[in-house]
Design a protein around this ligand. Structure first.
Ligand code: FAD
Ligand code: NAI
Length: 465
């Protein structure tokens, strides 16, 4: 008999798991309370990248004069931009519906609750529906964190969701949180015409990310005219006369920033409200995650958890990978979540991407490291794109020459990181990368040169012995 599986949540964890389960012969039902494609397709990765692309295009018009191109009468129609973005989301989410249908996955729209180890009750618009199954996969994702004094009303205070459907471009936007979303959307609004102030609690932007790369991003924030206030906490706000008065606390004392829009992006938390975990003896940890083993199994053997609900990093590609592992295990495979690394890509300007260990992390593990760096300023391709900021940095094991980590900031690095991820996953050495012919003139040549630089042998920069 094929396994009968209920998947709770149709984000990149849940829908990918469901399709793979169907491919492997299981009978699958996906329960989704809001939208196929989850946060990622509807209010996350895809719409943000669409809007960011539009912002970049508008901003780059300024660069064109140097190429001898003049664009006149350029205007932004915000309603049209939001409609275009919604069209992309519609096409993709519609595509997920078709894929699920073609794979004969049943979709039940409603909120699922676990009643016991083999029963899920779904509250649908037509009343409750009971689903019996052999296995349950929890893929309910995460929601934005709200801080005191800044309840999301999606009017004066936007969450990322409100920020992705603006009615107009704010004159002055205050962003609370200088992490992934704060910087991606903050830079986007700046490029679309807003004055932007970012309030960040820690000592620098993008805490936890590779600091050499972050330095380039912080310089770029300055160049774009974005004010980054570090070690700054937003305390609350008053709205009067069409303006929001945001009270802030910094090391220097208390102050007020006047703006006409607030965007609060201080992180996301796993979502398990009303899921009925207690009915099967499951509980989340202090941060809201559901503990799983390397097979994505919770401590109840036929209940699995994948994606943002399971653990950090809260990234779509990690969520999907976990979905594939769970599907294989449920259908009898011995798969494990054994990825050596998870790439991180940040769509700032310039873009930033990292995979594997940073220099500091490698040293903390007691590994003797060697590094190599290649600046995009020395890349012919980067010059022809007029995007020469940034570099590729390779961290390697000094004894074995193995690539341990690659950190990039610059043009298209969110694409370039794929080669570095494969290199680490396959245990490649810097010599392997250096000996591989990279097409010219392309940006990936910068990775090859950075790998050469580990040995002091980069050709297109001078490395003093
Ligand atoms: P989700 O995508 O959140 O999906 C969970 C689904 O479960 C939702 O559809 C929800 O409605 C449903 N659900 C919840 N509870 C129930 C229930 N009881 N019954 C039925 N259904 C339920 N990640 C990247 O890797 N790259 C990016 O560029 C990127 N950009 C982002 C930009 C923004 C603005 C945001 C907010 C996030 C971004 N992320 C990005 C993060 C990414 O969206 C998440 O890591 C990813 O969506 C997690 O997938 P998931 O399937 O675990 O959860
Ligand atoms: P984040 O964790 O990336 O950043 C939150 C920031 O807010 C941190 O810098 C933190 O120090 C700061 N902060 C926390 N409390 C604060 C306070 N009270 N005042 C001021 N600053 C405060 O979280 P974010 O940006 O909300 O994104 C959530 C998650 O979504 C990310 O961690 C990532 O996993 C995912 N994401 C991924 C993207 C990508 O892959 N390109 C893009 C967007 C989101």
């Amino acid at each position: 008999m094929p396994r009968n599986v209920v998947v709770l949540g149709a984000g990149p964890a849940g829908y990918v798991c469901a399709i793979r389960l169907a491919q492997l012969g299981a009978k699958v039902t996906v329960v989704e309370k809001e939208f196929l494609g989850g946060t990622c397709l509807n209010v996350g990765c895809i719409p943000s990248k669409a809007m960011i692309a539009a912002g970049s295009l508008l901003h780059r018009l300024g660069d064109m004069a140097a190429m001898g191109i003049t664009a006149k009468d350029v205007r932004l129609d915000v309603a049209k931009l939001v409609e275009w973005k919604a069209g992309i989301v519609g096409k993709l989410t519609g595509g997920i519906g078709v894929l699920l249908k073609n794979h004969k996955v049943d979709v039940v729209m409603g909120t699922g609750r676990i009643q016991d180890k083999t029963t899920v009750v779904v509250t649908t618009k037509d009343g409750p529906k009971t689903l019996k199954c052999d296995d349950i996969v929890i893929a309910t994702g995460s929601i934005p964190i709200e801080i005191p004094g800044f309840a999301f009303d999606e009017d004066k205070v936007w969450s990322s969701t409100g920020g992705l459907r603006p009615k107009k471009i704010p004159e002055h936007l205050v962003v609370i949180g200088g992490g992934y979303i704060g910087l991606e959307l903050g830079m986007m609004f700046r490029k679309l015409g807003s004055k932007v102030t970012v309030l960040e609690a820690t000592a620098g932007a993008l805490p936890g990310q590779e600091r050499d790369c972050v330095k380039v991003i912080e310089k770029s924030l300055k160049k774009l005219g974005i004010e980054l206030l570090t070690e700054t906490f937003a305390q609350g706000y008053e709205h009067k006369g069409g303006k929001s008065y945001v009270r802030i606390k910094t090391k220097a004392g208390e102050d007020t920033v006047v703006c006409d829009q607030i965007l609060s992006t201080v992180g996301r938390k796993p979502y398990s409200a009303g899921l009925g975990l207690e009915s099967v003896g499951l509980a989340v940890d202090a941060k809201g995650f559901l503990a799983v083993d390397k097979h994505m199994r919770t401590k109840v053997p036929n209940i699995y958890a994948i994606g943002d609900i399971a653990c950090q990093p809260m990234l779509a590609h990690k969520a999907s990978k976990e979905g594939l592992v769970a599907a294989a295990v449920i259908t009898g495979g011995k798969d494990e979540y054994d990825a050596r690394c998870v790439p991180a890509v940040i769509f700032t300007a310039p873009e930033m991407a990292s995979v594997g260990l940073t220099e500091d992390q490698a040293r903390e593990k007691g590994i003797a490291v060697k590094t190599g760096m290649f600046p995009f300023a020395a890349s012919g391709r980067a010059m022809s794109l007029m995007e020469t900021e940034g570099f590729v940095k390779v961290v390697a094991d000094a004894k074995t020459d193995e690539v341990l980590g690659v950190h990039m900031v610059g043009p298209e690095v969110t694409e370039l990181i794929a080669e570095a991820t494969l290199a680490i996953e396959m245990g490649a050495t810097c010599e392997d990368i250096a000996r591989t012919i990279h097409a010219h003139p392309t940006l990936p040549e910068a990775f090859m040169e950075a790998a050469e630089a580990v040995h002091g042998m980069a050709v297109h920069i001078y490395q003093r012995k």
